[in-house]
Design a protein around this ligand. Structure first.
Ligand SMILES: [Zn+2]
Length: 300
């Protein structure tokens, strides 16, 4: 609707300019993204987690414990407290819809002639930019650890935060539990590193293509939310050099999702220009706004 309105306002000017336009030589230009579009990255560490950069969206994570006897409930709460003290994470108990759900089972389970102490892991994961965002984790406690520290509960909690088994028998993530095992500094460091990125959305241009035909621009634009949270409404402004030629309203975009659209016959009032610049303008915090601007280079 807005497109039509702007066209209406410009129609008189367009008629005058079209006369001029038809007597001018028509040039077609293709353009593409200039290389070197900046994108933040954090140290990749694919060794310790099921997928690289697994984390919950926020460092405040809710949990609920249901159907657990008091000793196991205490053990689990103590594990949340220990990881909360060692890292930047904060775990908050809730009575329903916890991001991590903890349940208990009394019956003994045996696999490979060994008692299974528990199970845990991320159960809902969304890929968003550099992150595999965990939206839900589950922990099942079967056996009490009988150690001074709640090693089984810590082990399962770290699984639910995306950590896989360690090859080191002295590490708490080794697949056979032992009271002398400890939480690795590398685990703590990776958690703190991953959660040092704030829980913001992050809008970014992807796959821009288009054509300038005489004084008109046709363009295909994809905008992705590669951040850690849903993005509200925003807008795109297209500039010929530094002069705005078009404003486009963008709907809210959920974390890990994107919007594709194409527009044609965007009139460029200037007779000559060297660059087309696109900018995403948002009034909310983003992980970075460096990827909100893009310069399109005209191919000759
Ligand atoms: Zn395990």
């Amino acid at each position: 609707m807005r497109f039509k309105l702007i066209l209406g306002v410009l129609s008189l000017m367009t008629i005058v300019l079209l006369l001029l336009f038809y007597f001018m030589p028509t040039n077609k230009f293709n353009f593409s993204l200039e290389p070197g579009n900046s994108n933040f990255s954090i140290t990749p560490n694919s060794e310790m987690q099921y997928y690289p950069n697994m984390r919950f969206a926020d460092s405040q994570i809710s949990y609920q414990i249901s159907n657990c006897p008091l000793d196991k409930k205490n053990e689990m709460q103590s594990a949340f407290g220990i990881i909360g003290n060692l890292t930047s994470l904060k775990f908050n108990p809730v009575s329903s819809n916890g991001q991590i759900s903890v349940t208990c089972e009394e019956k003994a389970r045996i696999e490979n002639e060994m008692f299974v102490a528990g199970e845990g892991g991320p159960v809902n994961i969304t890929l968003s930019g550099n992150f595999y965002v965990i939206t839900h984790g589950e922990i099942l406690l079967l056996r009490k650890s009988d150690c001074p520290k709640p090693n089984v509960a810590i082990h399962e909690l770290l699984h639910s935060l995306g950590f896989k088994h360690s090859e080191n028998p002295k590490n708490i993530m080794y697949n056979i539990t032992d009271c002398s095992q400890t939480i690795g500094d590398d685990t703590v460091n990776l958690i703190n590193n991953l959660y040092s990125v704030p829980s913001y959305p992050d809008l970014s241009f992807e796959n821009i293509s288009g054509i300038v035909n005489g004084r008109f621009l046709d363009v295909n634009i994809t905008v992705l939310n590669v951040g850690l949270n849903d993005a509200g409404a925003s807008k795109i402004i297209i500039y010929a050099d530094s002069n705005p030629i078009k404003e486009i309203d963008l709907d809210p975009i959920e974390m890990g999702r994107g919007i594709f659209f194409s527009m044609s016959h965007i009139f460029i009032p200037q007779i000559s220009f060297t660059d087309l610049n696109l900018e995403i303008v948002s009034d909310f915090n983003e992980i970075t706004k460096e990827n909100n601007k893009i310069k399109l280079k005209i191919k000759s």
